[in-house]
Ligand binder design. Structure first.
Ligand SMILES: NC(=O)c1ccc[n+]([C@@H]2O[C@H](COP(=O)([O-])OP(=O)(O)OC[C@H]3O[C@@H](n4cnc5c(N)ncnc54)[C@H](OP(=O)(O)O)[C@@H]3O)[C@@H](O)[C@H]2O)c1
Length: 305
């Protein structure tokens, strides 16, 4: 099968190449998915799981991409609950070959049915961004109606989902980003926008929750804005600061097919708008995933256009 592979950690995204790889075999509890669309998170190539398996063994050439939308082609031994021919989407295991390929083997329990009226490109844009936003706001941040939340990078993949979900839940959303992101962020339902390059973040005042997707200095300054009893949730690694009187939580998104079904339903009824920037073929994936200029929104690789 055709796949995008990486072999050289130091090369970063410039090291992605199109290659011929063996089709994966679905193991016990797996399904084999015919990939229709694939999503890639730009920082994947910095994660140890891209380069070594759980025992620390080199697993290059590795196939990146951990969001999939496709059709089940085969079931592994003992796999239950899904059917050959079914449309599915979800997050795939960080430690196994991923979705920038014609086929991927995935544990069935990590996948949700993809409704027929959501196209594969949209399906592949939702799992990591949507579930990260959901888990940050509600599982870790315990966000309630009437509370305030500062969503950093609210024109980005995770932030745009978080701004919309938090607004729907009745929270007061303050979104941040670059100057050019103002209209996009307000369009995702934020009540206020902070241009991190020009505005004073401290003017926001106190908030119940911060969702940080940026880290470092922005994270440090944001921790000071958290009200006593509030929470700083980070997805960029262990927080360097803890709000006084509050919590600092870092987490890695986990597959959650039930929640993913809820996210798909919100897309169908218009409550949630996915953020897709570029759609490219597998052959064009190396250049599309390493663009020369900034692209707002996720890059989705359409594997079976
Ligand atoms: N722990 C987890 O489970 C998990 C899950 C998903 C993602 N993540 C991480 O979360 C981060 C965000 O992911 P994403 O998919 O949302 O990325 P993304 O689509 O690139 O969104 C990030 C947004 O923040 C903006 N931004 C970054 N630094 C900024 C700054 N200094 N000032 C103003 N705006 C800034 C970006 O603008 P520019 O494009 O102009 O830089 C972009 O709009 C990544 O580090 C990713 O690895 C973690």
């Amino acid at each position: 099968m055709k796949a995008i592979v990486v072999t050289d950690e130091a090369a970063g995204r410039a090291g992605m190449t199109l290659a011929e790889r063996p089709r994966p075999e679905p193991a016990i509890g797996d399904v084999l998915v015919e990939v229709h669309a694939s999503g890639f998170t730009p920082t994947e190539l910095e994660w140890p799981s891209t380069w070594a398996d759980r025992l620390g063994r080199d697993r290059t050439p590795a196939i990146p991409g951990h969001e999939v939308a496709g059709v089940i082609g085969a079931l592994g031994y003992g796999t239950t609950g899904l059917s050959v021919g079914q449309r599915v989407f979800g997050i795939t295991d960080w430690y196994r070959d991923g979705t920038l390929a014609e086929y991927v083997a995935v544990e069935a329990r990590d996948l949700a049915p993809l409704p027929g009226d959501i196209d594969f490109t949209v399906g592949a844009s939702l799992p990591v961004s949507g579930l990260t936003a959901w888990q940050a706001l509600f599982d870790h941040g315990r966000l309630q109606a009437g509370q305030s939340v500062l969503v950093h990078g609210a024109a980005g993949g995770v932030g745009s989902m978080a701004a919309q979900l938090a607004g729907e839940a009745g929270a007061y959303v303050i979104g941040t980003g670059r100057a050019a992101d103002r209209q996009a962020v307000l369009g995702f339902g934020a009540r206020e926008f902070v241009d991190l390059g020009n505005d004073a973040l401290e003017d926001v005042g106190q908030v119940d929750l911060v969702l940080d997707v940026i880290g470092r200095e922005i994270q440090r300054r944001s921790a000071a804005l958290v009200r006593p009893g509030g929470t700083l949730v980070s997805v960029t690694g262990p927080p360097e600061v803890r709000p006084s009187g509050g919590l600092a939580i870092d987490f890695v998104v986990v597959p959650d097919p039930v929640r993913l079904g809820g996210i798909a339903q919100r897309v169908r009824d218009g409550r949630l708008r996915p953020l897709i920037g570029t759609v490219a073929t597998l052959d064009d994936a190396p250049s599309a995933l390493d663009p020369a200029e900034r692209v707002r929104g996720k890059t989705i690789i359409s594997v079976r256009p």
